[in-house]
Design a protein around this ligand. Structure first.
Ligand code: R5P
Length: 317
């Protein structure tokens, strides 16, 4: 057990208290909560239960659905800490929303990731710790440090006895190709890439698959699953090219928005492996395996609290 000179102070927002408690337990420190209120007109306010004066505070808040509420609550938490005299405010954001909005795909669009970066700084956050952010380039949007942790070793371990001798790792789009390459190398199996075009928020089209998937057992890897459209289209493209009817899907962030899981249940998807970077849903039409990011976050908190390097946990995509 670590003997702290200054134990890390974990403060949970309302988005993922189970994870915050688990991280605090792993570090053998208490977990405090913010009191989060929503007024009748929809405005939010947060307050801290106990003093944070002169403390280094770790705020744990994931920014999954409802995104605006969770994100704004985090901003208010940062503000409350600074006004209460905290020495340093570190935001632990297992899933960082808006990361996909990193550029203008068309003219006259907003770039949400940049706005979020600016808001964090405006809310007096000194450092952000996130896991498998959609693009590593996001670091350049922040002038405060963005620590980009990798769940790769965790997910690789969670795969267990996946049949690698007949396997193929599949990137469901070009953006996931590097990740797929990393898994393919670690598992020593070939890889394939699906050519995807996004039509709308919920629907995508595929125009081909690069690589041989015939009779092979696919492992589709991605950073996140939102509506499930990307995975559904990739699975259909693989099936059309004669892959084995036993598909494993693996991603860091399992948002499963809308009918994502129903979409999967209509396909021969036999395993879905994600982390607990966002809270789980109750009933689901298929079983989801969740590898916990508790230890990863606890190690990051411990390193920051002890002034040690985060390098072994960092993702260099
Ligand atoms: C996109 O580039 C991401 O890596 C994911 O593939 C995408 O965001 C998943 O979204 P959905 O599940 O809605 O297709």
């Amino acid at each position: 057990m670590t003997s702290w000179t200054e134990p890390p102070l974990i403060v949970a927002g309302s988005s993922h208290r189970v994870l915050a408690r688990a991280v605090a337990e792993a570090l053998h420190v208490p977990c405090r909560h913010v009191i989060a209120e929503t007024y009748a007109d929809g405005e939010q306010q947060v307050s801290l239960e106990e003093s944070v004066r002169n403390e280094r505070v770790f705020l744990l808040q994931t920014t999954s659905v409802p995104v605006e509420r969770n994100l704004f609550e985090l901003l208010l938490m940062g503000d409350a800490c600074r006004r209460a005299g905290a020495r340093e405010v570190i935001a632990l954001v297992p899933y960082l929303a808006y990361a996909r909005q990193d550029r203008r795909a068309r003219g006259r669009e907003s770039v949400g990731a940049r706005v979020v970066a600016d808001l964090m700084e405006a809310a007096h956050v000194d450092r952000v710790v996130a896991i498998d952010v959609h693009t590593a380039a996001l670091e350049g949007f922040f002038s405060i440090p963005l620590e980009h942790l990798s769940a790769f070793p965790l997910l690789l371990g969670a795969l267990g006895d996946w049949p690698r001798e007949r396997g193929v790792v599949v990137a469901p789009d070009l953006g996931a190709a590097k990740l797929a390459q990393r898994f393919a190398r670690a598992l020593d199996v070939p890889m394939a890439v699906v050519q995807k075009t996004r039509i709308s928020d919920t629907s995508v089209e595929t125009s081909g698959v690069t690589g041989d998937v015939r009779d092979r057992v696919p492992l589709i890897v991605d950073d996140m699953i939102s509506t499930g459209g990307t995975i559904e289209a990739a699975a259909q493209a693989l099936l059309a090219r004669g892959c084995a009817r036993s598909i494993t899907v693996l991603a860091t962030h399992g948002l499963f928005v809308g009918n994502a899981l129903e979409r999967f249940s209509r396909l021969p998807i036999t395993r879905v492996v994600v982390t607990d970077s966002v809270p789980g849903h109750g009933e689901a039409p298929l079983r989801i395996e969740r590898a916990s990011v508790t230890t990863l976050l606890a190690q990051a908190v411990s390193a920051l609290a002890l002034g040690q390097s985060l390098e072994p946990m960092i993702s260099h995509q």
